[in-house]
Design a binder for this molecule. Structure first.
Ligand code: NAD
Length: 248
């Protein structure tokens, strides 16, 4: 099958980003993804994409390094077809706990990775598309926390995701005339490593009773929605925030 183009995914070494890399590859796209530090996991995803007959490249890049966003597009191997999609997936929560105990350093890091890094990379990609006279599709990964608030757990993270949703709606309107669509997927509690990083690996099981479907989501269930929004099958959808959250 001919390539449908390259999709750039931030945070593709594991979890929702890795599931998205596999699914876009199965759908006929080549993949370039960033990762923070886990080189071996990233190489594992590269091998999985290649086994599906598609090209893959993994770039170590800190999504919160606002000075690096500029140069990231230059690092995409020239052998890959043109960029047609961007998935802003990389995200962190910081440690679980009441907001009154959250440190300024945690808040700053969460905002830099989840919001500022995302905006700067999006700006680079959208400028390139506009300069080249081509459209594209951007999918931002938000969280159901943006509307639920996550009290007692990570209010600062919820606020960062609310910013992502506001950014999605505004930018979609600003870029619609350029053929660039911007949407967001808002996952509910999903079985990934993010809960261990937040200090509570068992969180999905703890909160399952409050999920109407009575279970956490799987990464591939979130990836399905992301890939639909990336693809031409959603050609008239822009500025949407799609909840994939088991009814939450
Ligand atoms: P995860 O911890 O399994 O994976 C996070 C990915 O982001 C990894 O590939 C990691 O390398 C990357 N990453 C983290 N910090 C980075 C940085 N500074 N620079 C570059 N890459 C970085 O988490 P996940 O659950 O797959 O999370 C993916 C997205 O989904 C995040 O934006 C998260 O907020 C969102 N989300 C997750 C859940 C959930 O319950 N898992 C729920 C709602 C939203």
């Amino acid at each position: 099958m001919n390539s449908l183009g390259t999709v750039l995914i931030t945070g593709g070494s594991r979890g929702i980003g890795a599931a998205t890399a596999r699914l876009v590859a199965a759908g006929g796209y080549d993949v370039c993804f960033t990762y923070a530090s886990r080189h071996e996991a990233a190489q594992g995803v590269v091998a999985e994409v290649q086994a599906l007959g598609r090209q893959a490249a993994a770039l170590q890049a800190d999504a919160g390094d606002t000075a690096a966003a500029d140069g990231l597009l230059q690092r995409i191997p020239a052998s890959l077809p043109p960029l047609v999609g961007l998935v802003n997936n990389a995200g962190i929560t910081g440690p679980l706990g009441p907001f009154l105990q959250a440190s300024p350093a945690t808040m700053r890091q969460v905002l830099e990775v989840n919001v500022l890094g995302l905006m700067l990379l999006t700006q680079q990609v959208a400028r390139r598309w506009r300069d080249e006279g081509r459209g594209g599709s951007i999918v931002n990964v938000s969280s159901i926390a943006a509307t639920l608030g996550a009290p007692g757990e990570y209010v600062h993270y919820a606020a960062s995701k609310a910013a992502v949703e506001g950014f999605t709606v505004g930018l979609a309107k600003e870029l619609a005339g350029d053929g660039i669509r911007v949407n967001a997927v808002s996952p509910g509690t999903t079985l990934t490593d993010i809960h261990a990083a937040a200090g509570e690996p068992g969180r999905p099981q703890r909160v399952a009773a409050r999920i109407p479907m009575r279970r956490p989501g799987e990464a591939h269930e979130i990836a399905e929605a992301i890939v639909w929004l990336l693809s031409q099958r959603s050609s008239y959808v822009t500025g949407s925030v799609l909840k994939v959250a088991g009814g939450l």
